[in-house]
Design a protein around this ligand. Structure first.
Ligand SMILES: Nc1nc2c(ncn2[C@@H]2O[C@H](COP(=O)(O)OP(=O)(O)OP(=O)(O)O)[C@@H](O)[C@H]2O)c(=O)[nH]1
Ligand SMILES: [Mg+2]
Length: 226
């Protein structure tokens, strides 16, 4: 086995371990002033309404129903914080990582005031949270990068917040089309300053790409600890 392959396997195992324990919901944040004190590293799952953020969090944690999902867009309305169970939260006993499920953007059906409030919260959080170490920016494999996705990517580039693109619902497209979509998406973000070059392709429904996503998170944790 090559050294690269060994390292990949090690990270996959580490990622599995990280999410093998129980995870719990600790807080829903409706506005910036309710954010928990900055402490643990945070990663956030962002993307258009209904792209599959909450489903993907449940899939990597392996707990159906932990983050609430729905057929209708606009399900998640706050920044929802999840952490591994068993940490008191007192000084010195903080969890190593918090996963943040975000409200979606681009959902036009809800009342304008509500949409504006969510959008403001999403943008303020993405721009201003210093413990936010990486954003997983989810793109529906059937739809590709839309105008409002590009706006969020611009914001992350400007704010120098590291992000990685994660294609979702790949079970809904032909398997043969996946490598091409990955390639096209990689090309589209090539010149973006804060983009992680590798594109992940996932299916919460069928389990595709989950090991790779967990491994990416494990690697991020390792890098941050150095
Ligand atoms: N086929 C398929 N359906 C999926 C997948 N992931 C999510 N879905 C479905 O897509 C819908 C939306 O999923 P959610 O996880 O609630 O999406 P969300 O991005 O959290 O949505 P909001 O919170 O409303 O922004 C649900 O009906 C899910 O069952 C997937 O990988 N494959
Ligand atoms: Mg959601």
């Amino acid at each position: 086995m090559s050294e690269t392959q060994q390292n990949t396997n090690r990270l996959i195992e580490k990622g599995r371990m990280l999410f093998a324990q129980g995870w719990v919901f600790i807080r829903g944040v409706p506005a910036m002033k309710f954010l928990p004190p900055e402490g643990p590293l945070e990663i956030a799952f962002a993307g258009r309404s209904n792209v599959g953020k909450s489903s993907l969090i449940n899939a990597i944690i392996g707990q159906k129903g932990l983050a609430r999902t729905s057929n209708t867009p606009g399900r998640t309305q706050e920044l929802n914080y999840f952490v591994p169970d068993g940490h008191s939260g007192e000084d010195g006993d903080l969890p190593p990582l918090a996963v943040v499920d975000m409200p979606g953007y681009g959902f036009a059906e809800a009342p304008k005031e509500q949409v504006d409030a969510w959008t403001r919260l999403v943008f303020d959080y993405l721009r201003g949270r210093t413990t936010l170490k990486r954003v997983y920016l989810l793109i529906d494999a059937r739809h590709g990068v839309k105008k409002n996705d590009a706006e969020v990517l611009d914001l992350l580039d400007r704010a120098a917040v590291s992000y990685q693109i994660v294609l979702t619902k790949i079970d809904k497209i032909k398997p043969a089309g996946v490598p091409r979509l990955i390639e096209e998406t990689a090309q589209a973000i090539r010149k973006r300053a804060a983009a992680y070059p590798e594109i992940l392709a996932t299916s919460s429904e069928k389990g595709g790409g989950l090991d790779e996503l967990r491994a990416a998170i494990a690697q991020l944790l390792e890098e941050q600890r150095k």
